[in-house]
Design a protein around this ligand. Sequence first.
Ligand code: C2E
Ligand code: CA
Ligand code: CA
Ligand code: CA
Length: 278
Amino acid sequence: AKHAGRNRIQVYSDRMESPSAESLILENDLYKALERDELRLHFQPQFSCRTGAITGAEALLRWEHKGKLVSPAEFIPLAEETGLIVSMGRWVLRRACALAQRWRTDTDWPLRVAVNLSAVQLDRPDIVDEVRAALSDTGLPATALELEITESVVVRESLRAAAVLNQLRALGVGIAIDDFGVGYSSFAYLRELPVDRFKLDRSFLSAIPQSPGDSRLAAALIAMAHRLEVGIVAEGVETAEQAAFLASHQCDEAQGYFLGRPMTEDAFGVLLRQHVRT
Ligand code: C2E
Ligand code: CA
Ligand code: CA
Ligand code: CA
């Protein structure tokens, strides 16, 4: 609850009457966020369900605005509407690759970094070049980068998305389907797009172990991933019971508050060094 509270933006609510004025000011400030150096990356560790080892980290964007951390849920939609997501996304990609490569060299640990890609970025003709440049400029091996795309985008724009994602895969980059299983029942995209991983949406986990129906569904999706030879990472693991459930159903990896919250890049560097030493 503390986390959610800190991520809410309440800066204007008592001064402004209308939400449109509020979002106008936010938009104005968002334009300056990059040049003012107000963007931060937080990292959330991902763990092997079998060994407990850290396998990777998801980079999550934060905006430090007037002393508060603004949640991406508040500003990513605005950044997408305005096209700002393109320059922000480029910043995220380069910074995540640079940090991951630094951590890998410091610790000799085969860390993978996951970066969220917006549909707007995927639509840009130069996205493949951008990813290639981020890798070569930072020295991060392509296999250590995973791009997360939400399932809705892949389903909606199946053909075009598949063409771009296949080019990215040809670089050696991994493709993960984010929010896997939420509301999009068509798996036809899997014919055009051999994905590397599914990220099981946290809504499947939230009712485990109370709901036998949800437990069976989650188990079935894990089994399906295995049959398709696609890796699967469960998101939103908040309890020991959920972690035990995932391990007992041979889920590959897990991510969530119970295992590790998103943290600053410095904190993640410390965590990884400790993890590697012990
Ligand atoms: P997402 O990609 O599904 O990221 C997972 C979200 O779940 C993150 O929220 C994370 O902090 C949160 N989370 C992690 N573990 C738990 C848990 O155990 N319980 C609960 N309830 N939540 C958990 P966050 O950081 O607020 O990000 C929200 C969304 O914003 C992300 O959802 C992603 O769609 C988007 N986003 C974040 N960073 C970027 C970025 O760099 N680029 C783009 N395009 N989108 C981003
Ligand atoms: Ca994600
Ligand atoms: Ca489009
Ligand atoms: Ca997700």
